[in-house]
Every structure is written in C-alpha cells, then in structure tokens.
Design a protein around this ligand. Structure first.
Ligand code: SF4
Ligand code: SF4
Length: 460
C-alpha cells in the first residue's frame, strides 16, 4: 500500500456518470475522469474515494476499452497526470480594481419578451436621470473605468439618448461604450447621429435565424427590424455582438444562426442561458434543461471546429455554458459570484456588483453617494472580499464548491431572504459541471481524461 503515498492523499469523491466516473478533489479543486476499470484499479490502492449520492444519467459517451493494462503501469501514469494537473490549477488573484460600469438607464421597452428579467414594458417609465448617468460615468472615469455599458429596457426608447451619448463622448474620447439593444427602433438617421465610430459597440439580441423563431419571443415584425439594424450598423462600420438567448424552441437553430452571423459580418455571437428571474418565473416552460444546454454547448463547439477546418470564419462563438468552462479552467478559490470587476447601477440609482443582485443596501445609491465611496463602503466590500462559498451553509460539503463558487448570489437573494441563502438553481450548476467534465473526456488528449483508453492510446 505504500506505493500510493503521494498519489491520492487528498480526500476525493467520485461521481457516477454512466460509463465513466468523475473524480473530484473538492478542496484543491482538481478533477479528472476515469472509466469503471480505471476506478476499480484506483480503488484497490486507496480508500479515500467517497461515492457521491448524485449520479447523472448520461446517454453518452460510450467507451470501448482495450484489454486492461497492468495496474502498476496505470497507477504510475495516473500519478504523473495528477501531478501535471495539480501544477496547472490556477488561483487568479482577487482584484479590487473595477474595469467596467453597467447602467440600466430605463425599464421602458417597446417589446414585452416573456423572459425579460427587468420585466420591461412600454407601460413602465422608470428612467435613471441623465444627470445621474453622467455623474456616475464621470466618477467611474476618475477611478480608472474605461468600459461603459448602457442597457435597459430598451435604451433607444429614451428621447434624450443621443444627448447622453454626446455628453459621454465629451467626458472622454477614450472610453469604450457598449450599447445593449433589441435593435427594433434604430433607423438610418439614428446611426448618423451616433458619432462615435471606433469607440462604440452594439450588443443586439437575435434569438433565431428566421422570423418564425425570433418573433416567437420578440414579437411580430421584430426580426426584420432587428436585421435591418444589424445591416445598418455594419454599413456604418460599428462592430456588432449578437446575443442569442436559448429557449426550448430555438435550441436546434444554432447552425443556421452561426452561418447567418457570419454573413451579417458581426464580431461575436454569444448563446446565453436563461436566468430564473423576472417574467421567466411565469414562463418556465420556455427554459430548456441543463442536459439540452450542455448538448448544445458541445454541438456548437463541434460545429465551429468542423466548419473552420473547411472554411475559417471570423465570428467568435460562445456556447451557453461558456461561464462554466471559464470557472472550470481556473478552478481557483477566488472564483465566485461577486468577483466580477464590474459595477452595476439600476434605474432607481442603486449600486451593486451584478445585474442580478438588487437591493445591496439602501445607502448605496448614486443619488446619495459617490461611486468611489460606494465601492469602498463596508456594505460593498464585505461581499467582494468574502470567499462567498465558505459562508454558505448549504455549500459547505458540496463537491463543486471551489469550482462553482456558491452559485448566483442574486438569484439566492431573490428567492431567499439574504445574500447567504442557497441558490435554488444549484442542481443546474452541478449538472452543468458534470456534463462538461464528461464531455471533455471524449477527447483522449484532454488532460483531465484518465480513462484506460487515454492511457493505452498514449502508450501506443
Ligand atoms: S427586448 Fe430586452 S428589455 Fe425589452 S422586453 Fe425584451 S428582454 Fe426585456
Ligand atoms: S451553489 Fe450548489 S453547486 Fe454551487 S457550491 Fe453551492 S451547493 Fe455546490
């Protein structure tokens, strides 16, 4: 038994995922996948592995293993691989610097999408005043922020939007401005008024490659108007990022949409998962399952790879689980919900670190306090400085705690009573992480793949 010293001295857990098992060291955190035979070999040399109660029903991938190798050779190889993996675990340093400011400047919108987390509508009229917007931006500039996002509602419902844009430009010409829009209100004249060129990027919602798919969410005639805006933006040389929210009805449209995005000449296409907030709570049927999202994520990756082999294209495409991939590749203790280097201001002036976390404190409002004071206040920093997951009772024994970081605190706060309540969408995170881990095992070159198949292919 001495031969195992140094191999698996950390406590680890194994999650049953069909043909293969995911082994996770929660405290490091480090993970890899093995097949049944590999697990039985590892188990002969350690009793440190707990079998998790959770098991994930995964139809694929299937592994056909060659005849078992000698346990001694396999264990030596696993040990080498774990050491390699361990040396790659990164803990990105926590930075108290902020690099972006997001302003929700209105909750008015000409559309009424069934998933809108702001619950925007044409009947709503809560606007952040232009004085508050410009003061916040001026203060953000003074503390070194150069990325400003304006979002809503629909920002182009505001009659003073071009005055605001001109005045932002007057504050500084070196700020990057991101305008989030549904693209249905923009006209050629309006593009002429947006005198910003290189500094401005449009982030436009497009939920399908055809009117039938897109309009089902955004409403009649939206598709044509949005496409016209994208074309105009390209004619006027504004970079465009498309955001596609994933619903059950558009989940199979990804190939068409990627090809369409390429034709439209946009810079990026981001597939976004839905959040259980706002109007979606009454329309939960629109939400695909995590299994469907994970499959889509993988299909997108496969499609982009095969398509680029034949004919490389310029659009950067991000699948719906890119957030989980990012966390998994950092797998450091500093990854947590509140670690974005971003400040968010809502239509009522309240200041937070995230669009999902409202009501951080009544005191933190741009009408009452400067941005610099707000972000150095106890109310703001106590949350930024906490390694949040260590303070959530429900997460303490979770296998994924330092991969997940404790879920979304905004959703937890929304459904619960306070910041430290459990995130009710937690099972989705677990499934997403396991599915991504298992998918990566399909490729024998993945450093996390310690299946016998990878072992024998490396020896061959
Ligand atoms: S276009 Fe955006 S802001 Fe308007 S209702 Fe739809 S999701 Fe909400
Ligand atoms: S939110 Fe869920 S998956 Fe994330 S750390 Fe907490 S218990 Fe684990």
């Amino acid at each position: 038994m001495n031969c195992i010293n140094g191999l698996l001295e950390e406590k680890c857990r194994s999650i049953d995922a069909g043909e293969i098992k995911v082994i996770i060291f929660p405290e490091i955190p480090l993970w890899f996948v093995v097949d049944k035979k590999g697990l039985s070999i590892i188990k002969t040399i350690t009793e440190q592995i707990d079998l998790e109660k959770d098991s994930f029903d995964l139809a694929d991938p299937k592994f056909s293993n060659p005849s078992p190798p000698s346990p001694r050779g396999y264990i030596k190889w696993v040990k080498k691989k774990i050491n390699e993996l361990r040396s790659n675990v990164i803990s990105p340093p926590f930075s108290e610097r902020f690099d972006s400011l997001v302003l929700e400047i209105t909750d008015t919108c000409n559309l009424r999408c069934p998933h809108c987390y702001v619950e925007s509508a044409s009947s709503k009229h809560n606007n952040l005043s232009s004085e508050d917007i410009l003061r916040a931006i001026r203060e953000a500039y003074e503390i070194g922020i150069r990325n400003i996002s304006l979002t809503g509602g629909e920002i182009f419902t505001r009659s003073d939007i071009f005055e605001i844009l001109d005045q932002i430009y007057a504050i500084s010409k070196d700020m990057r401005l991101y305008l989030y829009t549904n693209g249905t209100l923009l006209t050629e004249n309006m593009f002429r008024q947006m005198n910003f060129k290189q500094k401005l990027k449009l982030i436009i919602s497009l939920d399908g490659s055809s009117p039938e798919i897109h309009n089902r969410i955004r409403g009649k005639n939206s598709f044509e108007r949005t496409i016209r805006s994208i074309e105009l933006a390209r004619e006027f040389n504004y970079p465009v990022v498309l955001q596609c929210t994933i619903f059950s009805h558009n989940i199979n449209d990804y190939k068409n949409l990627i090809e369409f995005a390429e034709k439209l000449g946009v810079e990026k296409l981001i597939f976004n998962p839905l959040q259980m907030l706002g109007r979606l709570r009454k329309n939960v049927k629109l939400k695909p399952s995590v299994h469907e999202l994970a499959r889509l994520d993988e299909n997108i990756e496969r499609f982009v790879k095969s398509r680029c082999e034949k004919n490389p294209f310029n659009v950067k495409v991000y699948g719906p689980l890119h957030w989980a991939r990012t966390r998994m590749c950092y797998t450091g203790r500093w990854i947590r919900c509140s670690s974005h280097p971003s400040i968010h201001i809502f239509q009522d002036g309240s200041i937070s670190f995230c669009q999902f976390y409202r009501n951080l404190s009544k005191k933190l409002n741009i009408k009452k306090i400067s941005l610099a004071k707000a972000i150095s206040s106890w109310e703001f920093t106590r949350i930024k400085k906490l390694n949040v997951v260590d303070h959530i009772y429900a997460c303490q024994s979770c296998t994924f705690k330092y991969i997940c970081g404790g879920g979304c605190r905004g959703i937890a706060n929304h459904y619960g009573k306070n910041f430290f309540d459990p995130d009710p969408t937690c099972q989705d995170y677990k499934r997403a992480f396991v599915l991504l881990m298992v998918c990566s095992a399909k490729y024998s070159k993945s450093p996390h793949n310690l299946t016998l198949r990878a072992y024998t292919s490396e020896l061959a």
